[in-house]
Design a binder for this molecule. Sequence first.
Ligand SMILES: Cc1ncc(COP(=O)(O)O)c(C=O)c1O
Length: 441
Amino acid sequence: MLYKHPHGNVFYRNMNHPRPKIAYGQGIYLYDESGKRYIDGSGGPLVINVGHGRAEIVEAMARQAQLAAYVHATMFTSEPLEAYAAALAEVTPLPEPRFYFLSSGSEVVEGAIKLARQIQMARGEERRHVVLSRWNSYHGMTLGALAVSGRPGLRSPYLDMLHDVPHIPSPYLYRYPMTGEQLAGRLEEAIVALGAENVAAFIAEPTSGASLGAALPPDDYWPRVRAICDRYGVLLIADEVLVGFGRMGKMWALEHWQTVPDILVASKGTAGGYFPLGFIAARGADVEQVRVALGDFNHGGTFSHHAVGAAAGLATLGIMQREKLVENSATMGALMGELLHEALDDHPHVGDIRGRGLFWGIELVQDRATKQPFPKKEGITHHLTDRAFDLGLIIYHSVGCADGVNGDVVMLGPPLIVDEAQVREMVAILTETIRRELGHA
Ligand SMILES: Cc1ncc(COP(=O)(O)O)c(C=O)c1O
């Protein structure tokens, strides 16, 4: 007889790690069916920005679902969709932006790659089809998004199925100290080697997300990348799926470096976790050129432009603006950084503490002097995540940053509604977790 997992007929990514059943969430807290309380210190993989249990979003979704739960984008538009796009246009730095809505980060990445190709075709640049990306990046689980991703562990079973994408290094100053000029120079070298006439776009996360845990670039990196893309006619796609929507203390992470992309993609916090929603934003002039030259955008999506999703996104954006959550992310994030440094700077296994706004990563090492990572088989981040969970704090983690296999990062990325006492409590529990698992400073 087949082994019956505690989850019955469901199977999950973590096949050997049964999870408790959720009862409900309120604010930054989650409660499981036994009544145990957890601080949602990471919103899963950095999704929850306006907190759990927001009746305003639920009501907006219910209203639209009652009116018309679903219409296909080739047949109707809807009031929340038009209103949401107009509201987004006010907060998105692209000139006269236009928006295409889908259901996940992977989907908007795929869509952005196809849009870049079509913008190049509309410009008469038929040969431009190569999309450049970076190592130590993550852009999604679908094969096209995985091909541009740079996480060897996630790519390895599928290598023969992935199309060939040239990757350049990500800024990772803790292990690879490089100047902005050197890092951006790698982009220019790659474009020249491939022949600029073949290169459609460069896709990157403005600040590394889960792969490197909030590794920031040198300050001149993005302006240099922008200039190189302009020089060679390469479109710049900013993947703001994880770091956008206020997560890093500005509406969009690239705003920290006064850089405007050609295409921006967002998801995760877009509808606060209440609906699977994401979008591609592009410059109005580029979208118009596609319309004039090609007629249509050759793409699709049964659930694209979802009216209930748009209602959820609009209500989420409204809360973010009314409650000034981007500003709160900047101030509470600065406090979080200070407290993390205060508590953990001297810990023998804390190699680096990095981040901005309400997204912080802590890289753990076996030896601080040599930066030697723990071997993957020790499962350090898994133990830390489980221990924090036991202590009532949900954190996020990733493995492989140091060399593609080894290297442990744990991350905090709580809802943007957090207050000072909650930030203090989160840092205290995380510090306690690290001390219990890895010893005292
Ligand atoms: C930067 C980035 N892009 C894309 C994705 C893919 O998003 P999704 O998991 O919603 O498909 C992720 C998910 O973690 C991400 O962090």
